[in-house]
Design a protein around this ligand. Sequence first.
Ligand code: HEC
Ligand code: HEC
Ligand code: HEC
Ligand code: HEC
Length: 447
Amino acid sequence: MKNYTTLILAGLVIVLATTLVGVLMYIKNQPAETRAVEPLTEIAAMEPDSSLWGVNFPNQYDTLMKTQTNNTDTTYAGSSQFSWLERDPRQVILFAGYPFSKDYNDDRGHANAVDDVRATARLNLNDEDPKHTPATCYSCKSSDNPGLWDELGMEAYDAMTFNEMTPNINNSIGCSNCHEAETMRLIVTNPALKEALERQGKDWTTFTRQEMRTVVCANCHVEYYFQGEGKYLTFPWDNGTKVEEIISYYEEIGFKDWVYPETETPMLKAQHPEYEFFTAGSTHYNAGVSCADCHMPYVRDGANKFSSHDVHSPLLNPEQACGQCHTDTNYVIERVASIQQQVAETKIDTEDAIIDAVTAIKAATAAGNADAALLDEARKLHREAQFMWDIVSAENSTGFHNPEYALETLAKSANLARQAQMLAAQSVGDTTLLETGTYYPAEEVVP
Ligand code: HEC
Ligand code: HEC
Ligand code: HEC
Ligand code: HEC
Protein backbone atom coordinates (compact mmCIF):
# COMPACT_ATOMS: atom_id res chain seq x y z
CA MET A 1 0.00 0.00 0.00
CA LYS A 2 2.76 2.39 1.00
CA ASN A 3 4.66 1.55 -2.22
CA TYR A 4 1.61 2.42 -4.33
CA THR A 5 1.24 5.83 -2.65
CA THR A 6 4.88 6.65 -3.34
CA LEU A 7 4.49 5.58 -6.96
CA ILE A 8 1.33 7.64 -7.43
CA LEU A 9 2.93 10.67 -5.77
CA ALA A 10 6.06 10.30 -7.90
CA GLY A 11 3.86 10.00 -11.00
CA LEU A 12 1.95 13.13 -10.09
CA VAL A 13 5.16 15.06 -9.51
CA ILE A 14 6.46 14.02 -12.94
CA VAL A 15 3.19 14.96 -14.68
CA LEU A 16 3.10 18.34 -12.94
CA ALA A 17 6.74 19.06 -13.67
CA THR A 18 6.35 18.16 -17.35
CA THR A 19 3.27 20.35 -17.68
CA LEU A 20 5.08 23.23 -16.01
CA VAL A 21 8.12 22.89 -18.29
CA GLY A 22 5.79 22.67 -21.29
CA VAL A 23 3.90 25.80 -20.30
CA LEU A 24 7.14 27.68 -19.64
CA MET A 25 8.57 26.62 -23.01
CA TYR A 26 5.35 27.65 -24.73
CA ILE A 27 5.44 31.06 -23.08
CA LYS A 28 9.13 31.50 -23.84
CA ASN A 29 8.51 30.78 -27.52
CA GLN A 30 5.75 33.36 -27.83
CA PRO A 31 6.71 36.64 -29.46
CA ALA A 32 7.72 39.03 -26.69
CA GLU A 33 4.64 41.20 -26.72
CA THR A 34 2.03 38.48 -26.28
CA ARG A 35 3.82 37.74 -23.00
CA ALA A 36 3.56 41.28 -21.71
CA VAL A 37 0.52 41.45 -19.49
CA GLU A 38 0.10 45.20 -19.10
CA PRO A 39 0.72 47.52 -22.06
CA LEU A 40 2.83 50.50 -20.94
CA THR A 41 0.55 52.95 -22.63
CA GLU A 42 -2.99 52.86 -24.01
CA ILE A 43 -3.09 53.22 -27.81
CA ALA A 44 -6.15 54.90 -29.32
CA ALA A 45 -7.93 53.07 -32.14
CA MET A 46 -6.29 53.92 -35.49
CA GLU A 47 -3.61 56.04 -33.76
CA PRO A 48 -1.56 57.45 -36.66
CA ASP A 49 1.60 58.20 -34.64
CA SER A 50 3.73 55.03 -34.69
CA SER A 51 6.08 56.37 -32.03
CA LEU A 52 3.24 56.08 -29.46
CA TRP A 53 2.77 52.41 -30.32
CA GLY A 54 6.56 52.20 -30.09
CA VAL A 55 6.39 52.78 -26.33
CA ASN A 56 4.77 49.36 -25.99
CA PHE A 57 6.63 47.69 -28.84
CA PRO A 58 10.10 49.26 -29.17
CA ASN A 59 11.61 46.47 -31.31
CA GLN A 60 8.88 46.65 -33.93
CA TYR A 61 9.03 50.45 -33.94
CA ASP A 62 12.84 50.63 -34.17
CA THR A 63 12.95 48.17 -37.05
CA LEU A 64 10.16 50.01 -38.88
CA MET A 65 12.18 53.23 -38.55
CA LYS A 66 15.17 51.57 -40.21
CA THR A 67 13.23 51.56 -43.48
CA GLN A 68 13.75 55.32 -43.58
CA THR A 69 17.50 55.16 -44.11
CA ASN A 70 17.91 51.85 -45.97
CA ASN A 71 19.79 52.56 -49.16
CA THR A 72 21.38 49.30 -50.31
CA ASP A 73 20.62 48.07 -53.81
CA THR A 74 20.52 44.56 -55.19
CA THR A 75 20.97 43.64 -58.86
CA TYR A 76 17.38 44.44 -59.81
CA ALA A 77 15.88 46.18 -56.78
CA GLY A 78 16.81 47.37 -53.31
CA SER A 79 16.17 50.54 -51.38
CA SER A 80 17.68 53.38 -53.39
CA GLN A 81 15.51 55.35 -55.76
CA PHE A 82 17.29 54.60 -59.02
CA SER A 83 15.44 55.68 -62.15
CA TRP A 84 13.87 52.93 -64.24
CA LEU A 85 13.81 55.29 -67.21
CA GLU A 86 17.59 55.69 -67.05
CA ARG A 87 18.16 51.98 -66.53
CA ASP A 88 15.80 50.99 -69.30
CA PRO A 89 15.15 53.85 -71.77
CA ARG A 90 12.69 51.67 -73.71
CA GLN A 91 10.22 52.52 -70.96
CA VAL A 92 10.29 56.19 -72.00
CA ILE A 93 8.77 55.02 -75.29
CA LEU A 94 6.41 52.48 -73.71
CA PHE A 95 4.91 55.16 -71.43
CA ALA A 96 4.94 58.01 -73.97
CA GLY A 97 2.15 60.50 -73.33
CA TYR A 98 1.83 59.44 -69.69
CA PRO A 99 3.55 60.87 -66.57
CA PHE A 100 5.45 57.59 -66.03
CA SER A 101 7.56 58.50 -69.08
CA LYS A 102 8.86 61.51 -67.12
CA ASP A 103 9.54 60.09 -63.67
CA TYR A 104 9.64 56.43 -62.66
CA ASN A 105 11.84 55.53 -59.70
CA ASP A 106 12.31 52.27 -57.83
CA ASP A 107 10.50 51.91 -54.52
CA ARG A 108 12.14 52.34 -51.12
CA GLY A 109 11.28 51.72 -47.49
CA HIS A 110 7.88 52.18 -45.82
CA ALA A 111 8.95 55.17 -43.71
CA ASN A 112 9.60 57.20 -46.88
CA ALA A 113 6.26 56.72 -48.58
CA VAL A 114 4.83 60.19 -47.88
CA ASP A 115 8.04 62.05 -48.80
CA ASP A 116 8.35 60.06 -52.00
CA VAL A 117 4.79 60.54 -53.22
CA ARG A 118 5.11 64.28 -52.62
CA ALA A 119 8.40 64.42 -54.52
CA THR A 120 7.36 62.65 -57.69
CA ALA A 121 7.23 64.71 -60.86
CA ARG A 122 4.10 62.74 -61.81
CA LEU A 123 1.94 64.94 -59.58
CA ASN A 124 -0.35 67.50 -61.16
CA LEU A 125 -1.03 70.04 -58.42
CA ASN A 126 -3.10 72.41 -60.55
CA ASP A 127 -6.53 71.82 -59.05
CA GLU A 128 -8.15 73.79 -61.92
CA ASP A 129 -6.90 71.17 -64.41
CA PRO A 130 -9.43 68.31 -64.73
CA LYS A 131 -6.45 65.93 -64.72
CA HIS A 132 -5.16 67.11 -61.33
CA THR A 133 -3.85 64.48 -58.89
CA PRO A 134 -6.61 63.24 -56.56
CA ALA A 135 -6.25 62.59 -52.81
CA THR A 136 -6.63 58.91 -53.71
CA CYS A 137 -2.86 58.88 -54.40
CA TYR A 138 -2.25 59.09 -50.65
CA SER A 139 -4.20 55.85 -50.08
CA CYS A 140 -1.23 53.52 -49.60
CA LYS A 141 1.22 56.00 -48.13
CA SER A 142 0.16 56.98 -44.65
CA SER A 143 -0.90 55.74 -41.21
CA ASP A 144 -3.26 58.75 -41.07
CA ASN A 145 -5.53 57.01 -43.60
CA PRO A 146 -7.42 54.49 -41.43
CA GLY A 147 -8.55 57.35 -39.16
CA LEU A 148 -9.41 59.61 -42.11
CA TRP A 149 -11.37 56.88 -43.91
CA ASP A 150 -13.25 56.24 -40.69
CA GLU A 151 -13.99 59.93 -40.18
CA LEU A 152 -14.74 61.07 -43.75
CA GLY A 153 -15.63 57.84 -45.54
CA MET A 154 -13.47 56.79 -48.50
CA GLU A 155 -15.81 58.37 -51.05
CA ALA A 156 -15.35 61.87 -49.59
CA TYR A 157 -11.61 61.26 -49.10
CA ASP A 158 -11.13 60.27 -52.75
CA ALA A 159 -13.22 63.18 -54.04
CA MET A 160 -10.73 65.65 -52.53
CA THR A 161 -7.66 66.84 -54.42
CA PHE A 162 -4.15 65.83 -53.44
CA ASN A 163 -3.50 69.43 -52.35
CA GLU A 164 -6.59 69.51 -50.16
CA MET A 165 -5.61 66.25 -48.44
CA THR A 166 -1.98 67.21 -47.83
CA PRO A 167 -2.53 69.01 -44.47
CA ASN A 168 -4.20 65.85 -43.09
CA ILE A 169 -1.27 63.59 -43.94
CA ASN A 170 1.49 63.86 -41.35
CA ASN A 171 2.80 60.30 -41.00
CA SER A 172 4.24 57.75 -43.40
CA ILE A 173 3.18 54.08 -43.34
CA GLY A 174 2.88 52.86 -39.75
CA CYS A 175 1.33 50.51 -37.23
CA SER A 176 -2.27 51.59 -37.89
CA ASN A 177 -2.00 50.48 -41.54
CA CYS A 178 -1.64 46.83 -40.51
CA HIS A 179 -2.72 46.38 -36.86
CA GLU A 180 -5.82 46.85 -34.74
CA ALA A 181 -4.63 48.84 -31.71
CA GLU A 182 -6.68 47.05 -29.09
CA THR A 183 -5.77 43.48 -30.06
CA MET A 184 -2.64 43.98 -32.22
CA ARG A 185 -4.06 41.47 -34.71
CA LEU A 186 -3.43 42.02 -38.42
CA ILE A 187 -6.36 43.66 -40.18
CA VAL A 188 -7.62 44.90 -43.52
CA THR A 189 -7.51 48.69 -43.19
CA ASN A 190 -8.05 49.78 -46.79
CA PRO A 191 -11.78 49.93 -47.66
CA ALA A 192 -10.95 49.14 -51.31
CA LEU A 193 -9.46 45.78 -50.26
CA LYS A 194 -12.40 44.97 -48.02
CA GLU A 195 -14.85 45.77 -50.82
CA ALA A 196 -12.89 43.86 -53.50
CA LEU A 197 -12.81 40.76 -51.28
CA GLU A 198 -16.52 41.12 -50.54
CA ARG A 199 -17.34 41.29 -54.25
CA GLN A 200 -15.50 37.97 -54.53
CA GLY A 201 -17.64 36.58 -51.75
CA LYS A 202 -14.79 36.63 -49.22
CA ASP A 203 -14.88 37.93 -45.67
CA TRP A 204 -11.38 38.76 -44.43
CA THR A 205 -12.36 38.39 -40.78
CA THR A 206 -12.59 34.62 -41.38
CA PHE A 207 -9.00 34.40 -42.71
CA THR A 208 -6.37 32.49 -40.74
CA ARG A 209 -3.41 34.23 -39.15
CA GLN A 210 -1.08 32.79 -41.82
CA GLU A 211 -3.38 34.10 -44.58
CA MET A 212 -3.38 37.55 -42.95
CA ARG A 213 0.44 37.57 -43.07
CA THR A 214 -0.05 37.92 -46.85
CA VAL A 215 -3.41 39.71 -47.08
CA VAL A 216 -2.21 42.59 -44.88
CA CYS A 217 0.25 43.51 -47.65
CA ALA A 218 -2.66 43.55 -50.15
CA ASN A 219 -3.85 46.73 -48.41
CA CYS A 220 -1.33 48.33 -50.78
CA HIS A 221 0.77 45.95 -52.92
CA VAL A 222 -1.93 45.41 -55.54
CA GLU A 223 -3.23 46.52 -58.92
CA TYR A 224 -5.90 49.23 -58.59
CA TYR A 225 -7.62 52.01 -60.54
CA PHE A 226 -9.59 55.16 -59.75
CA GLN A 227 -13.26 54.67 -60.59
CA GLY A 228 -15.30 57.49 -62.11
CA GLU A 229 -15.22 61.23 -61.51
CA GLY A 230 -14.90 60.71 -57.75
CA LYS A 231 -11.62 58.79 -58.31
CA TYR A 232 -12.92 56.04 -56.03
CA LEU A 233 -10.13 53.58 -55.21
CA THR A 234 -11.09 50.20 -56.70
CA PHE A 235 -9.33 46.85 -57.19
CA PRO A 236 -10.21 45.26 -60.57
CA TRP A 237 -10.72 41.78 -59.14
CA ASP A 238 -14.38 41.02 -59.91
CA ASN A 239 -13.47 38.44 -62.59
CA GLY A 240 -10.44 37.14 -60.65
CA THR A 241 -6.87 38.32 -60.03
CA LYS A 242 -5.03 36.65 -62.96
CA VAL A 243 -3.83 39.03 -65.66
CA GLU A 244 -6.41 37.94 -68.29
CA GLU A 245 -9.20 38.29 -65.72
CA ILE A 246 -8.06 41.80 -64.86
CA ILE A 247 -7.89 42.72 -68.57
CA SER A 248 -11.41 41.35 -69.13
CA TYR A 249 -12.66 43.46 -66.22
CA TYR A 250 -11.13 46.62 -67.71
CA GLU A 251 -12.63 45.69 -71.13
CA GLU A 252 -16.08 45.33 -69.63
CA ILE A 253 -16.01 48.75 -67.98
CA GLY A 254 -14.21 50.38 -70.94
CA PHE A 255 -11.43 51.74 -68.74
CA LYS A 256 -8.24 53.43 -69.95
CA ASP A 257 -5.45 55.23 -68.09
CA TRP A 258 -4.34 57.27 -71.10
CA VAL A 259 -4.27 57.35 -74.91
CA TYR A 260 -0.96 56.51 -76.53
CA PRO A 261 0.10 59.41 -78.77
CA GLU A 262 0.01 58.80 -82.54
CA THR A 263 -1.21 55.20 -82.24
CA GLU A 264 -4.45 56.30 -80.53
CA THR A 265 -4.41 53.17 -78.35
CA PRO A 266 -6.41 53.32 -75.10
CA MET A 267 -3.74 52.17 -72.64
CA LEU A 268 -3.67 50.59 -69.17
CA LYS A 269 -0.95 51.18 -66.55
CA ALA A 270 -0.22 48.35 -64.11
CA GLN A 271 0.63 49.41 -60.54
CA HIS A 272 2.50 47.10 -58.14
CA PRO A 273 0.64 43.78 -58.29
CA GLU A 274 2.82 41.80 -55.85
CA TYR A 275 -0.22 40.25 -54.17
CA GLU A 276 -1.98 39.11 -57.37
CA PHE A 277 1.30 37.87 -58.84
CA PHE A 278 2.42 35.91 -55.78
CA THR A 279 -1.00 34.34 -55.22
CA ALA A 280 -1.36 33.27 -58.89
CA GLY A 281 -0.27 29.73 -58.01
CA SER A 282 3.38 30.38 -57.14
CA THR A 283 5.31 27.50 -55.55
CA HIS A 284 5.73 29.42 -52.29
CA TYR A 285 2.09 30.48 -52.11
CA ASN A 286 0.91 26.94 -52.81
CA ALA A 287 3.22 25.72 -50.04
CA GLY A 288 1.53 28.12 -47.59
CA VAL A 289 4.43 30.59 -47.38
CA SER A 290 3.41 34.22 -46.67
CA CYS A 291 4.86 37.62 -47.64
CA ALA A 292 5.85 38.16 -44.00
CA ASP A 293 7.79 34.85 -43.90
CA CYS A 294 10.39 36.30 -46.31
CA HIS A 295 10.06 40.05 -45.74
CA MET A 296 9.44 40.12 -41.96
CA PRO A 297 11.34 37.14 -40.54
CA TYR A 298 11.59 36.55 -36.80
CA VAL A 299 14.73 38.03 -35.29
CA ARG A 300 16.07 38.11 -31.74
CA ASP A 301 16.74 40.89 -29.31
CA GLY A 302 18.41 39.03 -26.46
CA ALA A 303 15.82 36.53 -25.29
CA ASN A 304 12.98 38.24 -27.19
CA LYS A 305 11.77 37.00 -30.54
CA PHE A 306 9.94 39.47 -32.76
CA SER A 307 9.04 40.05 -36.42
CA SER A 308 11.50 42.41 -38.07
CA HIS A 309 9.52 45.39 -39.34
CA ASP A 310 12.54 46.48 -41.38
CA VAL A 311 10.87 45.41 -44.62
CA HIS A 312 13.21 45.36 -47.64
CA SER A 313 14.74 43.03 -50.24
CA PRO A 314 15.25 39.58 -48.65
CA LEU A 315 18.41 39.21 -50.71
CA LEU A 316 20.08 41.49 -48.17
CA ASN A 317 19.43 39.08 -45.25
CA PRO A 318 18.95 35.62 -46.81
CA GLU A 319 19.98 33.75 -43.64
CA GLN A 320 17.01 35.22 -41.79
CA ALA A 321 14.62 35.47 -44.74
CA CYS A 322 15.16 32.10 -46.41
CA GLY A 323 17.23 30.16 -43.86
CA GLN A 324 14.21 29.30 -41.67
CA CYS A 325 13.07 26.91 -44.43
CA HIS A 326 16.03 26.35 -46.78
CA THR A 327 19.20 24.87 -45.34
CA ASP A 328 21.27 25.84 -48.39
CA THR A 329 20.72 29.58 -48.68
CA ASN A 330 23.56 29.96 -51.18
CA TYR A 331 21.76 27.60 -53.53
CA VAL A 332 18.42 29.43 -53.33
CA ILE A 333 20.08 32.82 -53.75
CA GLU A 334 21.78 31.56 -56.92
CA ARG A 335 18.37 30.35 -58.11
CA VAL A 336 16.96 33.84 -57.53
CA ALA A 337 19.81 35.33 -59.58
CA SER A 338 19.24 33.04 -62.55
CA ILE A 339 15.42 33.42 -62.42
CA GLN A 340 15.71 37.21 -62.32
CA GLN A 341 18.27 37.32 -65.13
CA GLN A 342 16.04 35.21 -67.36
CA VAL A 343 12.99 37.35 -66.57
CA ALA A 344 14.92 40.61 -67.08
CA GLU A 345 16.21 39.47 -70.49
CA THR A 346 12.81 38.20 -71.61
CA LYS A 347 11.32 41.52 -70.47
CA ILE A 348 13.65 43.44 -72.80
CA ASP A 349 12.76 41.17 -75.76
CA THR A 350 9.09 41.78 -75.00
CA GLU A 351 9.64 45.53 -74.84
CA ASP A 352 11.27 45.38 -78.28
CA ALA A 353 8.24 43.55 -79.66
CA ILE A 354 5.86 46.16 -78.21
CA ILE A 355 7.96 49.02 -79.59
CA ASP A 356 7.86 47.39 -83.05
CA ALA A 357 4.06 47.24 -82.75
CA VAL A 358 3.96 50.91 -81.74
CA THR A 359 6.12 51.87 -84.72
CA ALA A 360 3.86 49.98 -87.12
CA ILE A 361 0.57 51.24 -85.64
CA LYS A 362 1.86 54.83 -85.71
CA ALA A 363 2.76 54.52 -89.39
CA ALA A 364 -0.56 52.84 -90.25
CA THR A 365 -2.47 55.55 -88.36
CA ALA A 366 -0.53 58.33 -90.08
CA ALA A 367 -1.14 56.79 -93.52
CA GLY A 368 -4.80 57.77 -93.22
CA ASN A 369 -6.09 55.00 -95.50
CA ALA A 370 -5.94 52.02 -93.14
CA ASP A 371 -8.65 49.39 -92.82
CA ALA A 372 -10.23 50.74 -89.65
CA ALA A 373 -11.33 47.36 -88.27
CA LEU A 374 -7.88 45.81 -88.65
CA LEU A 375 -6.16 48.84 -87.17
CA ASP A 376 -8.54 48.88 -84.22
CA GLU A 377 -7.81 45.22 -83.61
CA ALA A 378 -4.08 46.04 -83.70
CA ARG A 379 -4.64 48.72 -81.04
CA LYS A 380 -6.59 46.31 -78.87
CA LEU A 381 -3.67 43.85 -78.99
CA HIS A 382 -1.18 46.66 -78.30
CA ARG A 383 -3.17 47.56 -75.17
CA GLU A 384 -3.24 43.96 -73.95
CA ALA A 385 0.41 43.26 -74.79
CA GLN A 386 1.58 46.32 -72.89
CA PHE A 387 -0.53 45.54 -69.82
CA MET A 388 0.74 41.95 -69.70
CA TRP A 389 4.33 43.15 -69.93
CA ASP A 390 3.63 45.81 -67.32
CA ILE A 391 2.12 43.35 -64.83
CA VAL A 392 5.52 41.64 -64.83
CA SER A 393 7.55 44.84 -65.06
CA ALA A 394 5.73 46.84 -62.37
CA GLU A 395 5.78 43.83 -60.06
CA ASN A 396 8.81 44.47 -57.91
CA SER A 397 10.48 41.04 -57.65
CA THR A 398 11.73 40.74 -61.27
CA GLY A 399 9.73 37.55 -61.57
CA PHE A 400 10.93 35.80 -58.40
CA HIS A 401 7.55 35.80 -56.62
CA ASN A 402 6.17 33.58 -59.40
CA PRO A 403 8.79 32.73 -62.05
CA GLU A 404 6.61 30.54 -64.29
CA TYR A 405 3.78 33.04 -64.34
CA ALA A 406 6.24 35.84 -65.17
CA LEU A 407 7.75 34.03 -68.16
CA GLU A 408 4.38 32.78 -69.39
CA THR A 409 2.88 36.29 -69.19
CA LEU A 410 5.83 37.85 -71.01
CA ALA A 411 5.59 35.20 -73.76
CA LYS A 412 1.88 35.99 -74.23
CA SER A 413 2.67 39.69 -74.30
CA ALA A 414 5.36 39.35 -77.00
CA ASN A 415 3.05 37.18 -79.07
CA LEU A 416 0.21 39.74 -78.88
CA ALA A 417 2.62 42.54 -79.76
CA ARG A 418 3.84 40.70 -82.87
CA GLN A 419 0.22 40.06 -83.90
CA ALA A 420 -0.56 43.74 -83.38
CA GLN A 421 2.35 44.68 -85.64
CA MET A 422 1.17 42.27 -88.36
CA LEU A 423 -2.39 43.58 -88.25
CA ALA A 424 -1.14 47.15 -88.53
CA ALA A 425 0.96 46.23 -91.58
CA GLN A 426 -2.04 44.40 -93.07
CA SER A 427 -4.35 47.33 -92.41
CA VAL A 428 -2.41 49.45 -94.91
CA GLY A 429 -0.96 46.60 -97.00
CA ASP A 430 2.59 47.75 -96.24
CA THR A 431 5.10 44.94 -95.63
CA THR A 432 7.85 47.41 -94.61
CA LEU A 433 5.91 47.76 -91.34
CA LEU A 434 6.90 44.17 -90.51
CA GLU A 435 10.44 45.33 -89.77
CA THR A 436 11.69 44.28 -86.33
CA GLY A 437 14.23 45.94 -84.03
CA THR A 438 12.87 49.42 -84.64
CA TYR A 439 14.30 50.49 -81.27
CA TYR A 440 18.07 50.75 -81.26
CA PRO A 441 19.36 51.40 -77.75
CA ALA A 442 22.24 53.85 -77.46
CA GLU A 443 23.73 51.56 -74.84
CA GLU A 444 22.68 48.42 -73.04
CA VAL A 445 21.81 49.60 -69.56
CA VAL A 446 19.94 46.75 -67.91
CA PRO A 447 22.18 44.63 -65.62
C1 HEC B 1 9.77 33.21 -50.78
C2 HEC B 1 10.13 34.53 -50.33
C3 HEC B 1 9.25 35.71 -50.70
C4 HEC B 1 7.90 35.84 -50.52
C5 HEC B 1 6.94 34.82 -49.96
C6 HEC B 1 7.56 37.16 -50.97
N1 HEC B 1 8.67 37.81 -51.41
FE1 HEC B 1 8.76 39.71 -52.04
N2 HEC B 1 10.66 39.39 -52.68
C7 HEC B 1 11.41 38.26 -52.47
C8 HEC B 1 12.63 38.36 -53.22
C9 HEC B 1 13.76 37.33 -53.25
C10 HEC B 1 12.60 39.60 -53.90
C11 HEC B 1 13.64 40.16 -54.87
C12 HEC B 1 14.45 41.20 -54.19
C13 HEC B 1 15.50 41.80 -55.06
O1 HEC B 1 15.47 41.68 -56.29
O2 HEC B 1 16.39 42.44 -54.47
C14 HEC B 1 11.38 40.24 -53.49
C15 HEC B 1 11.02 41.54 -53.86
C16 HEC B 1 9.93 42.22 -53.34
C17 HEC B 1 9.69 43.64 -53.47
C18 HEC B 1 10.68 44.64 -54.08
C19 HEC B 1 11.81 44.85 -53.11
C20 HEC B 1 12.72 45.99 -53.43
O3 HEC B 1 13.87 45.97 -52.93
O4 HEC B 1 12.32 46.92 -54.15
C21 HEC B 1 8.48 43.90 -52.89
C22 HEC B 1 7.79 45.23 -52.81
C23 HEC B 1 7.96 42.64 -52.41
N3 HEC B 1 8.88 41.65 -52.68
C24 HEC B 1 6.74 42.48 -51.77
C25 HEC B 1 6.19 41.22 -51.48
C26 HEC B 1 4.82 40.99 -51.14
C27 HEC B 1 3.78 42.07 -50.98
C28 HEC B 1 4.67 39.64 -50.98
C29 HEC B 1 3.41 38.85 -50.75
C30 HEC B 1 2.30 39.15 -51.66
C31 HEC B 1 5.98 39.03 -51.16
N4 HEC B 1 6.86 40.02 -51.49
C32 HEC B 1 6.26 37.68 -51.00
C33 HEC B 1 11.01 37.19 -51.68
C34 HEC B 1 9.73 36.94 -51.29
C1 HEC C 1 3.19 46.62 -43.22
C2 HEC C 1 2.40 46.05 -42.17
C3 HEC C 1 2.87 46.25 -40.75
C4 HEC C 1 3.17 47.44 -40.13
C5 HEC C 1 3.23 48.82 -40.77
C6 HEC C 1 3.44 47.13 -38.78
N1 HEC C 1 3.31 45.78 -38.58
FE1 HEC C 1 3.54 44.81 -36.82
N2 HEC C 1 3.37 43.04 -37.76
C7 HEC C 1 3.10 42.87 -39.10
C8 HEC C 1 3.11 41.46 -39.41
C9 HEC C 1 2.87 40.85 -40.78
C10 HEC C 1 3.37 40.78 -38.21
C11 HEC C 1 3.42 39.28 -37.97
C12 HEC C 1 2.10 38.94 -37.37
C13 HEC C 1 1.82 37.49 -37.13
O1 HEC C 1 2.69 36.66 -37.35
O2 HEC C 1 0.68 37.19 -36.69
C14 HEC C 1 3.50 41.80 -37.19
C15 HEC C 1 3.70 41.52 -35.84
C16 HEC C 1 3.68 42.47 -34.85
C17 HEC C 1 3.64 42.18 -33.44
C18 HEC C 1 3.56 40.77 -32.80
C19 HEC C 1 4.93 40.33 -32.33
C20 HEC C 1 5.90 40.09 -33.46
O3 HEC C 1 6.89 40.85 -33.52
O4 HEC C 1 5.69 39.18 -34.26
C21 HEC C 1 3.66 43.39 -32.79
C22 HEC C 1 3.66 43.61 -31.31
C23 HEC C 1 3.73 44.42 -33.80
N3 HEC C 1 3.72 43.83 -35.04
C24 HEC C 1 3.81 45.77 -33.54
C25 HEC C 1 3.88 46.75 -34.52
C26 HEC C 1 4.09 48.15 -34.23
C27 HEC C 1 4.27 48.73 -32.88
C28 HEC C 1 4.09 48.78 -35.43
C29 HEC C 1 4.37 50.25 -35.69
C30 HEC C 1 5.59 50.76 -35.10
C31 HEC C 1 3.87 47.79 -36.46
N4 HEC C 1 3.76 46.57 -35.87
C32 HEC C 1 3.78 48.06 -37.82
C33 HEC C 1 2.84 43.87 -40.01
C34 HEC C 1 3.00 45.22 -39.77
C1 HEC D 1 -0.13 51.07 -46.27
C2 HEC D 1 0.39 50.56 -47.52
C3 HEC D 1 1.40 49.43 -47.48
C4 HEC D 1 1.32 48.24 -46.80
C5 HEC D 1 0.20 47.75 -45.91
C6 HEC D 1 2.50 47.50 -47.15
N1 HEC D 1 3.28 48.23 -48.01
FE1 HEC D 1 5.11 47.75 -48.70
N2 HEC D 1 5.31 49.55 -49.60
C7 HEC D 1 4.31 50.50 -49.67
C8 HEC D 1 4.79 51.65 -50.40
C9 HEC D 1 3.99 52.90 -50.74
C10 HEC D 1 6.14 51.39 -50.71
C11 HEC D 1 7.11 52.32 -51.45
C12 HEC D 1 7.56 53.42 -50.53
C13 HEC D 1 8.51 54.40 -51.21
O1 HEC D 1 9.04 54.12 -52.28
O2 HEC D 1 8.71 55.48 -50.62
C14 HEC D 1 6.43 50.05 -50.19
C15 HEC D 1 7.66 49.43 -50.30
C16 HEC D 1 7.87 48.10 -49.96
C17 HEC D 1 9.10 47.38 -50.21
C18 HEC D 1 10.38 47.95 -50.82
C19 HEC D 1 11.30 48.41 -49.74
C20 HEC D 1 12.64 48.87 -50.24
O3 HEC D 1 13.51 49.10 -49.38
O4 HEC D 1 12.82 49.01 -51.45
C21 HEC D 1 8.90 46.10 -49.78
C22 HEC D 1 9.89 44.95 -49.84
C23 HEC D 1 7.55 46.02 -49.26
N3 HEC D 1 6.97 47.25 -49.36
C24 HEC D 1 6.98 44.86 -48.77
C25 HEC D 1 5.77 44.84 -48.06
C26 HEC D 1 5.23 43.68 -47.38
C27 HEC D 1 5.89 42.32 -47.36
C28 HEC D 1 4.06 44.06 -46.80
C29 HEC D 1 3.14 43.23 -45.91
C30 HEC D 1 3.75 42.65 -44.74
C31 HEC D 1 3.86 45.46 -47.11
N4 HEC D 1 4.91 45.90 -47.88
C32 HEC D 1 2.76 46.22 -46.71
C33 HEC D 1 3.04 50.40 -49.13
C34 HEC D 1 2.64 49.41 -48.25
C1 HEC E 1 8.36 29.54 -44.76
C2 HEC E 1 9.21 28.66 -45.55
C3 HEC E 1 9.99 29.24 -46.72
C4 HEC E 1 10.70 30.42 -46.77
C5 HEC E 1 10.85 31.48 -45.70
C6 HEC E 1 11.33 30.44 -48.07
N1 HEC E 1 11.00 29.34 -48.78
FE1 HEC E 1 11.63 28.87 -50.65
N2 HEC E 1 10.49 27.21 -50.65
C7 HEC E 1 9.71 26.78 -49.59
C8 HEC E 1 8.95 25.61 -49.99
C9 HEC E 1 8.00 24.82 -49.10
C10 HEC E 1 9.29 25.36 -51.33
C11 HEC E 1 8.72 24.29 -52.23
C12 HEC E 1 9.22 22.92 -51.87
C13 HEC E 1 10.57 22.72 -52.38
O1 HEC E 1 10.73 22.60 -53.61
O2 HEC E 1 11.53 22.71 -51.58
C14 HEC E 1 10.28 26.37 -51.71
C15 HEC E 1 10.91 26.44 -52.95
C16 HEC E 1 11.86 27.38 -53.31
C17 HEC E 1 12.56 27.43 -54.55
C18 HEC E 1 12.35 26.47 -55.70
C19 HEC E 1 13.36 25.40 -55.65
C20 HEC E 1 13.74 25.05 -57.05
O3 HEC E 1 14.90 25.22 -57.35
O4 HEC E 1 12.83 24.67 -57.79
C21 HEC E 1 13.40 28.50 -54.52
C22 HEC E 1 14.34 28.97 -55.61
C23 HEC E 1 13.23 29.12 -53.25
N3 HEC E 1 12.29 28.42 -52.52
C24 HEC E 1 13.87 30.27 -52.86
C25 HEC E 1 13.65 30.92 -51.65
C26 HEC E 1 14.29 32.17 -51.27
C27 HEC E 1 15.30 32.91 -52.10
C28 HEC E 1 13.81 32.49 -50.05
C29 HEC E 1 14.15 33.70 -49.22
C30 HEC E 1 14.01 35.00 -49.88
C31 HEC E 1 12.86 31.47 -49.67
N4 HEC E 1 12.79 30.56 -50.67
C32 HEC E 1 12.16 31.47 -48.49
C33 HEC E 1 9.63 27.36 -48.35
C34 HEC E 1 10.19 28.57 -48.00
